[in-house]
Design a protein around this ligand. Sequence first.
Ligand code: ADE
Length: 230
Amino acid sequence: MIGIIGAMEDEVETLKADMEIEEVITKASMTFCKGRLEGQEVVIVRSGIGKVNAGICAQILVDCFHVDRLINTGIAGSLDVRIDIGDIVISTDALHHDMDATEFGDPRGQVPRMDVLSFPADMELVQKAVQANETANPDIHTFTGRVASGDQFVASAEVKQQIVEDFHPLCVEMEGAGIAQAAYLNKISYVIIRAISDKADNSAVMDYPAFEKKAISHSVRLVKELMKLL
Ligand code: ADE
């Protein structure tokens, strides 16, 4: 069983419209739609925004729906000059850029008493997502690399620069590491698929809704194509 998590309604509504829904269950104020998408057994859910919502959502998918693979789809801010609005980032690993227990000697970003700084994605899912994107969005550039997550929308050059210096990620968003950590603790696989909606500084704020819409359509197309390869 595959769990597909999007933070916002726009991100999941198109996928839900294309699935055959068998069951709808509400838990923790989240609506879990179970059924089939492109022949795969899936549960699609909107987690809400932020890492806490994402972690809660992922754990419900594990406990109540017995998912063994988690896919997080949505949008992100680019942290790399090569990566433009509309491009796709597929995670190799994810971490919390806002976790800071450096006072106690832990590396910045590392959850104290956990044995890893970042949570590795499943390389088979990564490769299949790359392959799916070649069919779904042949003209769109795809990058694989680290995703940084935090409970803040990054819209300042200084904050962006600090995250880049500390962690060298490709993009920043607000849920991925919560889902990655849940996958790590439950020993299941995950991948984060993000389309770039902005540059994580104040350069494109006025066009954000238009870019967001375009970016969402890219990640949705990719996820549907990915279902055919799993
Ligand atoms: N999601 C999309 N763009 C983002 C940004 N700049 N910061 C955090 N989350 C985002």
